[in-house]
Design a protein around this ligand. Structure first.
Ligand SMILES: [Cu+2]
Length: 79
């Protein structure tokens, strides 16, 4: 497993950027408690628009078991 932290994830206009266990993903670190499988985790994604304005998008991530997805390999993550 090799992952590298990136300061931000570029979002090219008009193109979709996929987050996946083996590719770019959001990694939660320094958690204060154990996350249980099936738990919904509220996340705030901050998007910087082309004009420099910041927009916050709130999403909910469903916590899945460690074996639910492909294990990260050559992926990169943003936080
Ligand atoms: Cu990661």
């Amino acid at each position: 497993m090799r992952m590298r932290q990136i300061p931000y994830l570029p979002l090219p206009a008009g193109k979709s950027v996929e987050l996946s266990p083996g590719g770019y993903h959001i990694m939660l670190i320094e958690l204060k408690r154990q996350v249980k499988e099936g738990e919904k985790i509220p996340l705030s994604l901050v998007i910087e628009r082309q004009d420099g304005r910041l927009e916050t998008i709130k999403v909910e991530a469903l916590a899945r078991g460690l074996t639910a997805g492909m294990p990260p390999k050559e992926g990169e993550h943003a936080r």
